[in-house]
Design a protein around this ligand. Sequence first.
Ligand SMILES: Nc1ncnc2c1ncn2[C@@H]1O[C@H](COP(=O)(O)OP(=O)(O)OP(=O)(O)O)[C@@H](O)[C@H]1O
Ligand SMILES: [Mg+2]
Length: 261
Amino acid sequence: MDDIDSLQAKIASLESELQKTKVASTQYLQNVAHQLTAPLGAIKWSIEALKDERVPISRKKTLLSSIYSQSTILVHLIKNFTLMSSLEADHELGQFREKPEPEDLKLMAINLVNDYQPQAYEKGIRINVDDNSFKRVFANNRVLIEKNLIAQALSNILENGVKYADNDTRIVVAAVRATDTVGVLVESFGIPIIDEDREKVTARGFRGKSAQQKVAAGTGFGLYLASRIMNFHKGRIELETNGKTSRFCLMFPEQVLVRAK
Ligand SMILES: Nc1ncnc2c1ncn2[C@@H]1O[C@H](COP(=O)(O)OP(=O)(O)OP(=O)(O)O)[C@@H](O)[C@H]1O
Ligand SMILES: [Mg+2]
């Protein structure tokens, strides 16, 4: 009798778990659809305006730049969603895992920053890559990492920087060294991260209140993915805040350093 009772309780708990998963995945899909609609809509709108002969050529240049930055957002979103579904499916990054190769972190940072430059420009934000810090920390060394994953992690923190920073501010991307660790940081000046949220920012699905007010669309997966990716590399995300200044660091154990050939 006891066995039947305990089996029934188990079935009931499994049923409720299944129900929760169903709700979560429906919400997830709705969120994805919603987030993809905005950049696609903006691209379509810009193309319409490009076709219009009355629109002056100077304006058309701005439209092309906007199409570029919206496409960057799209590619970024799709990569995150694919990573996310892969994580959900098997708790690993399956086909995304690749062999770690020696990479040039500065070059990666510069390429990503270039991708976000048009978006930043629209808000009067300047993104600077601190060349000297990379020379100091990495010299001629490369880092042994899974390139596509780390690029996505860095892209997620850069995207947040541009998204949550105030207009007409500066974002700094720099290399950092601490005891036994090396890494790269993104510093931005905008909505403050309240003490209560500090520990939560990398939780799956977490979004700050002010962040939601400033940018309605978002899934709260960006930092969760970035922190999972850092875990694969035996590293982690560190956050330092000082009022409106937020500094997100992707830190690796210094064993990732390898001499460049
Ligand atoms: N540079 C930043 N400045 C201020 N707050 C930030 C910054 N980066 C992250 N946050 C806070 O951390 C939260 C979680 O960030 P995360 O990237 O995981 O999600 P999101 O940006 O809200 O959504 P998504 O990345 O899916 O678009 C944000 O909602 C925001 O409250
Ligand atoms: Mg984000």
